[in-house]
Write a protein that binds this ligand. Structure first.
Ligand code: N01
Length: 540
């Protein structure tokens, strides 16, 4: 196959890749997108498990770059389902005529910088060889499911399904018995739905998670109309949010004030009243009722106790309730889950919770699972065991920079990227929502748009100044990584063995990967970098 020349290669056709392609087209650059799936959507293409829906509200979990698109698209529920989000992304792809530049069913297997030609050479499992001036990784933060280290997985005689690679035709649980390993966000959404269909469900829990009710509901047409009239203001609200940008702004007037209040400076009755109000409102915004929840152990304990009391109120069997109450890490330091009837599902006669922290899994058997205490049998095994987050996809892509330096060597002690956007010795390589940016701590769409816009503006700047390439300075990168760590160490985040820390993957360096200072602070930093002539980047 001959080598093609393009200006830009984009890896991935999820929210980030789609918007990138649109912006590159606007710059008049020839762009080739490679996508492993046979359709657009990224994480929303693969995660088709029962109950999959977004935990950011639909009106906020959508692009803002085109007012016409914003006005015409109609979300139907407060939290969009996976099929509806996929429909939206297909709509955007077709509306902006983007499909023709996306090569589907094609996985990138190498991205290698050539010092002589100053071009990226990108190869795929379909035998493509493409040379590009720019290489952009729109590969998502949660796109490589982890294959759990559980003995005997191949022994199981029945079907095994991973939540992150769910079959397109769906799974009929009717009349079946099911074993589910994992109790993270995916499992917490799937378990109530599977339990309502299956004969019996056994949930194998190693670590319980904190979850907040979604109170999902159909969107009221009048409310949507009212909200859409003021879309730009709402957008600004969650772009400027100090701590989060989840955009849980169903009732913006009431919830706009929330970013400032300290729990430890608030009378306890008022604290409980506010937590109750936020709990009744529903959604991840609960975590940000008080700004010190993620910084002070004392404040955090009050919020965690509140949720534990809700679990105990909901679950009838006190022993099961105890098992469901997290106690080994501060609330919020593992991603807060948002559910519909999760805890109440354990009141069903057909659901059993097995504590594999006290009696660990030994092996998967032909009929089910064996723990150190007991044997369990079931027809279907579901693995809701998570992802090699933030770096997993990049580490599997054979990326090399100047002088052939592998990205995996550069990142051997944890990911290093200036602003989470670019890496020293990897010229003209950009990461969308990479490690060191707010990414998974924010509304992903807000962060994706900001990164894509930043990169697009930088490319215009390069064109105006006839620069061929750009890469971060080593000093700026080191300083940024140190700052990201310093910010994380000022919070409680490092106290949990979370996927934010790489702790769910054996052998992965334990480094807190996202930037925890919030999207508004991060945007200010990026704007300052631009104002200083792209401070910290070297152009040539
Ligand atoms: O994965 P997870 P997830 N033996 O890593 C257990 C986003 N998301 O797919 O905690 C036994 O959170 C593991 O146990 P432990 C969201 O950002 C968003 O659920 O390691 N158990 C844990 O219980 C989320 O945070 C949405 O002790 C094993 C579970 O598997 C992120 O994706 C929906 C095991 C993995 O939980 C990841 O969520 C879904 C083993 N060997 C996901 N290995 C929404 O928008 C792992 N586990 C709503």
């Amino acid at each position: 196959m001959t080598t093609r020349e393009v200006d830009v290669v984009v890896v991935g056709a999820g929210f980030a890749g789609i918007y990138l392609l649109h912006r590159m087209r606007q710059l008049g650059l020839s762009t080739q997108v490679f996508e492993a799936a046979d359709g657009v959507g990224g994480t929303w293409y693969w995660n088709r498990y029962p109950g999959a829906r977004c935990d950011a509200e639909s009106m906020a979990y959508s692009y803002s770059f085109d007012p016409g698109l914003e006005q015409e698209w109609q979300w139907t529920e407060r939290y969009a389902t996976q099929p509806e989000i996929l429909k939206y992304l297909n709509h955007v792809t077709d509306r902006f005529n983007l499909r023709r530049d996306i090569e589907f069913n094609t996985r990138v297997t190498g991205a290698n910088y050539d010092d002589k030609t100053k071009r990226w050479s990108v190869s795929t499992d379909q035998g493509h060889k493409v040379r590009a001036r720019f290489c952009m990784m729109a590969t998502g933060c949660l796109s490589t499911p982890q294959n759990p280290d559980i003995a005997g997985l191949k022994n199981f005689a029945g079907p095994t399904y991973m939540t992150g690679q769910w079959p397109h035709e769906g799974v009929d649980f009717g009349g079946k018995t099911v074993g589910i390993i994992g109790t993270g966000s995916s499992a917490i959404q799937a378990i109530p739905v599977i339990a309502a269909q299956a004969n019996h469900v056994t949930v194998f829990q190693r670590t319980p998670n904190f979850s907040v009710p979604a109170y999902n509901a159909p969107l009221d047409k009048d409310w949507v109309e009212h909200y859409k009239k003021d879309y730009p203001t709402h957008r600004d609200d969650y772009r400027q949010a100090r701590v989060t940008s989840f955009g849980d702004l169903m009732n913006p007037d009431e919830f706009r004030e929330v970013d400032e209040q300290m729990l430890l400076e608030t009378p306890i009755e008022e604290v409980h009243e506010k937590l109750e109000r936020f709990w009744q409102f529903g959604g991840a915004r609960f975590m940000w009722a008080f700004v010190d929840t993620i910084a002070s152990e004392e404040a955090n304990r009050v919020v965690a106790d509140f949720v534990r009391s809700k679990i105990r109120e909901t679950v009838n069997d006190p022993k099961v309730a105890d098992l469901l109450c997290p106690s080994s890490y501060p609330i919020g330091t593992k991603r807060i889950c948002v559910d519909t009837d999760y805890y109440a599902t354990y009141n069903r006669d057909n659901v059993v919770l097995v504590d594999i922290a006290s009696s660990p899994l030994q092996t998967v058997t032909e009929q089910g699972l064996k723990t150190t205490a007991e044997d369990y049998g079931f027809d279907i095994l579901v693995l809701a065991t998570g992802f090699d987050a933030m770096t997993g996809t990049l580490s599997r892509m054979n990326i090399t920079g100047t002088e052939g330096v592998p990205l995996n060597d550069t990142w051997a002690e944890g990911p290093k990227a200036y602003l989470g956007l670019g890496v020293n010795k990897f010229p003209n390589l950009f990461l969308i929502t990479g490690p060191g940016s707010p990414s998974v701590l924010s509304n992903m769409i807000v962060s994706i748009e900001q990164h894509v816009d930043f990169i697009t503006d930088m490319m215009v700047h390069m064109g105006e100044n006839q620069y061929e390439s750009v890469e971060p300075d080593p000093g700026a990168q080191e300083a940024w990584v140190a700052h990201v760590n310093e910010v994380a160490n000022g919070t409680l985040f490092p106290k949990a063995g979370s996927w934010y820390m790489g702790a769910n993957i054996p052998g992965k360096p334990r480094v807190f990967m996202p930037y925890a200072a919030g999207v508004a602070v991060y945007r200010e930093v990026c704007d300052g970098v631009v104002a200083q002539g792209y401070q910290g980047f070297s152009f040539s």
